[in-house]
Design a protein around this ligand. Structure first.
Ligand code: CTP
Length: 400
């Protein structure tokens, strides 16, 4: 759920600092990239080594890495890197400094530089927490737009019982995940995607296939899920894994199976992006047993498969968006436009085999988008994840 998110965890000097280790672990498990900034006071409660190991990044705590080295930890860069910052635990002293804009340690300087949403999870003893000064600082921080994570009630480290216990790491991650889901532009939109080749069986051990690796379709699936879409990815046989938990993957082998899965998921989909290299022909019959080597020639009779993209185009409702791919070697633009109209598409992604680094098997692609309005946009050679993001920006322009 937090895949691709950059999260800065700020740790201050409270006994609850041990919970930061669990928080970092939960965030990493949910796919976030985490960096930790500590106040010097927090070193008494948890070691930087623990948090560096869990976050897989060095922990920072002072303005310079090594006194006299001339190197410094750039708080502005850290603030810009972060998609969100969580200060947990936040002590009474840190809350007071945040509320009054002081920057006498790196964590506070990063907080003041951060442009992203900032969450703070106070942790302190009952009477400190109830003091009007602390309560006023919490209100002030909320007025600044920071998100307050209310402490829990229970037995405190001092032995007193009441409010002040830092929220549990799983509660913090749940809150953040919910908030992020609210902000996602493709929330509640179902995307139907196809990827990879199809294998058309000749006999139990042989098939007709092609060299598609599925990388483009999988990159589109990850990018759409990161923007909050509910993704159904119908894929032919590939050696790829999906990472985002928002992707429902349906593995198929043949064009017929792919068509069947697509027909099931198209009616309630908002967007269809079909990048699979579907076989245009399949063997007319599939032998039930292995075909034996007998004659010097073997004639295979093939029949056309159903064009999945065209079928979805025929069933397309006015509010649905359908996008196809065209891999061309000559008269690229004219051929792609023909496909766009023949298949009732909103947009077609053209890749030319004339361009180096484009098409099957590469980690890169060079594409042009042709809209049904005739708008034409050409892109540089880019990584497939970057092409996927460009494609989703174009989809969002049509959709939202
Ligand atoms: N497509 C499909 N089902 C098929 C064949 C193709 O969904 N049976 C989709 C592909 O996923 C892609 C687009 O159609 O989005 C490609 O169009 P197509 O006309 O098949 O292109 P080519 O296979 O390159 O056709 P041609 O060989 O005629 O150029």
């Amino acid at each position: 759920m937090l895949h691709g998110k950059h999260i800065l965890v700020g740790v201050t000097g409270s006994i609850a600092a041990y919970k930061s280790a669990f928080l970092v672990r939960e965030l990493i498990k949910k796919g976030a990239s985490v960096r930790v900034v500590m106040t010097p006071a927090s070193f008494d409660f948890i070691t930087p080594l623990t948090l560096a190991t869990l976050s897989k990044h060095p922990v920072v705590s002072s303005f310079t890495s090594d006194p006299g080295s001339g190197e410094w930890n750039n708080h502005v860069e850290m603030g810009l890197w972060a998609d969100l910052m969580i200060i947990a635990p936040a002590t009474a002293s840190t809350l007071a400094k945040m509320a009054s804009g002081q920057a006498d340690n790196l964590l506070l300087a990063v907080y003041l530089s951060a442009r992203c949403p900032v969450y703070f999870a106070p942790a302190m003893d009952l009477d400190m927490y109830q003091h009007p000064a602390v309560q006023e600082n919490i209100r002030q921080l909320q007025r600044f737009g920071n998100r307050f994570i209310r402490p829990g009630s229970g037995e405190l480290a001092s032995g007193l019982v009441g409010e002040g216990r830092m929220a549990e790491p799983h509660e913090i991650t749940a809150l953040i995940t919910d908030d992020l889901a609210q902000d996602q532009p493709l929330k509640d939109k179902k995307f139907l995607l196809t990827a990879g080749p199809t294998h058309e069986a000749l006999d139990p051990v042989r098939f007709i296939g092609n060299r598609s690796t599925g990388k483009m379709g999988f990159a589109i699936a990850e990018a759409a899920a990161e923007l909050g879409a509910e993704v159904v990815l119908v894929t032919g046989p590939v050696h790829l894994q999906t990472k985002h938990s928002g992707i429902k993957r349906i593995d198929v082998r043949s064009a017929r199976e792919m068509l069947h899965a697509c027909l099931q998921h198209w009616p309630d989909a908002a967007v269809g992006i079909l990048s699979a290299a579907v076989a245009d022909y399949r063997p007319k019959t599939t032998a039930g047993t292995k075909i034996k080597k007998k004659d010097p020639f073997l004639l295979l009779e093939l029949e056309a498969t159903t064009d999945i993209l065209k079928t979805l185009g025929q069933k397309k409702e006015a509010k649905q968006i359908l996008i196809g791919f065209a891999l061309e070697t000559n008269d690229e633009e004219a051929n792609a436009r023909k496909k766009l109209h023949a298949k009732n598409l909103d947009m077609i992604v053209l890749n030319s085999l004339q361009d180096q680094g484009a098409g099957f098997g590469h980690d890169t692609n060079k594409v042009s988008f042709i809209h049904k309005s005739n708008k034409f946009t050409s892109f540089e050679l880019k990584s497939k994840p970057e092409v996927a993001r460009d494609l989703l920006s174009a989809v969002m322009e049509i959709l939202l």
